[in-house]
Ligand binder design. Structure first.
Ligand code: S3P
Ligand code: PEP
Length: 433
């Protein structure tokens, strides 16, 4: 448990740890490459450690060095070996869904299983398209969830799959299987989801193209590939982690915080647009780009916020930040409507339910809906006991709420933040004493 109270202004600067999505992919693509992949600013969070563990079980030598340096000794696209036991994917949906695409094409059988949360998340969304490609993948309990059993095959077919959801995990799973297919594989999605897989696979030597239509839908295609090649990867700071410090600086009066090295890839940076729509004072400094991934330092000053509408094309660009946006909305003047975000129900928790429950406990006025929530802001929030139900994003969003609320807040099972941000509470404390 961690106890938090009303905070002094946040001042100074903070450097955000590496991006979780990019860290996962750097291990996976490095493992499938010829030669060595050297990664800097890697995120040593529990989810990425699950990915490392899985590839070690499949014979990949991965050296964990100091300060976010990681060396992956790739064995090529056909160099993985059969794991001795089931692959433990922990709490990580990204690990599960992306690895499934890879395992579908390996010459061995594997079983993937995670914690209770992971084993209740929907896997039909990858089972269906991978099966259409010729993969042999099944939910062992028959409920569409992990544990998954995958009997790898060397005869995957290229397909065109129309994904009903804008999900980077679904898209990536299919594209990774497509590396091994007998022809071109295409995925369409209603809106382009985070595009790290496409950017990174191109860098590693695959042939990937993206077309965006006038209605914003996207078609991503990949050609079969013979070999990927090890790369040097510098992982930008995770905007999903930066979100908590952006919000804390906005909410705690008198704050002025420089948040350094934040990934601002447009398929991820929707939170910045929402903050600006709400009246936030955020200045971009030192904008750069490397390997197609933009970064910037963000100077954030406390601001009085007003309600907004968060919907449509914006949703995939901020899906993991919605718990934090809901908290910002509770402190803003007026009403905020979040819609088109039914995906929140299939994350580590049903985040519509866990946000509603905890915000209500703090004195917030929130109505859950089928695909989001309506938050009537401006009510004074007070400390209480927060139950994140082991969901890292809920624990962090409500820790920030505590800094701007009266009284004492207890965050139960607060170590769940280690899933994506192991140093979160230490960083928060260093800025708020
Ligand atoms: O591909 C990724 O790295 C991720 C994609 C998103 O999930 P979906 O693909 O299910 O939307 C996101 O919520 C998750 O935290 C990471
Ligand atoms: C949904 C998340 O991750 P994953 O799907 O990889 O478990 C997240 O980090 O908020």
């Amino acid at each position: 448990m961690t106890q938090l109270t009303n905070s002094a202004p946040l001042r100074g600067e903070i450097t955000i740890p590496g991006d979780k999505s990019i860290s996962h992919r750097s291990v996976m693509f490095g493992a499938l490459s010829k030669g060595t992949t050297e990664i800097t600013n890697f995120l040593y969070g529990a989810d990425c450690l699950s990915t490392i563990g899985c590839f070690r079980q499949m014979g990949i030598d991965i050296e964990q060095k100091e300060e976010g340096r990681l060396i992956v000794h790739g064995k090529g696209m056909r160099g993985l070996s059969a794991p001795g036991s089931h692959l433990d994917v922990g709490n990580s949906g990204t690990t599960t869904r992306l690895i499934s695409g890879i395992l579908s094409a390996q010459p061995f059988t594997s079983v993937l299983s995670g914690d209770d949360s992971l084993n209740s998340r929907p896997m039909g969304r990858i089972i269906t398209p991978l099966t259409r490609m010729g993969a042999k993948i099944e939910s062992i309990r028959g409920d569409g969830c992990a544990p998954l059993r995958i009997d790898g095959t060397n005869s995957l077919h290229g397909i065109t799959y129309h994904s009903p959801v804008a999900s980077a995990q679904v898209k990536s799973s299919i594209l990774l299987a497509g590396l091994y297919a007998d022809g071109v594989t295409s995925v369409t999605e209603p809106v382009l989801s985070r595009n790290h897989t496409e950017l990174m696979l191109c860098k590693f030597g695959a042939s990937v193209s993206t077309e965006i239509s006038a209605d914003a839908s996207a078609r991503i295609s990949i050609l079969p590939c013979q070999e990927l090649y090890g790369q040097k990867i510098h992982v930008p700071g995770d905007i999903s982690s930066a979100a908590y410090f952006i919000a804390a600086a906005l909410l705690v009066p008198g704050s002025e915080l420089l948040i350094k090295n934040v990934g601002t890839n447009p398929t991820r940076a929707g939170i910045l647009k929402v903050c600006q729509d709400m009246g936030a004072d955020i200045t971009y400094v030192n904008e750069t780009a490397e390997g197609g991934e933009q970064t910037a330092d963000l100077l954030v000053r406390s601001s009085s916020l007003h309600g907004t509408v968060v919907e449509g094309r914006l949703i995939p660009t901020l899906i993991d930040e919605i718990p934090m946006i809901a908290v910002l909305a509770a402190f803003a003047d007026g009403t905020t409507v979040i819609r088109d975000a039914a995906e929140l129900k299939v994350k580590e928790t049903d985040r519509i339910r866990t946000v509603t429950e905890n915000l209500t406990r703090m004195g917030g006025d929130v109505t859950p809906t089928e695909d989001g929530m309506i938050i009537r802001g401006g009510k004074a929030l007070h400390g209480t006991v927060i139950n994140p139900y082991l969901d890292h994003r809920i624990a962090m969003a409500f820790s920030v709420a505590a800094l701007a609320s009266d009284g004492v807040t207890d965050i139960l099972d607060s170590s769940c933040v280690d899933v994506s941000y192991p140093g979160f509470f230490a960083s928060l404390k260093s800025l708020t004493v």
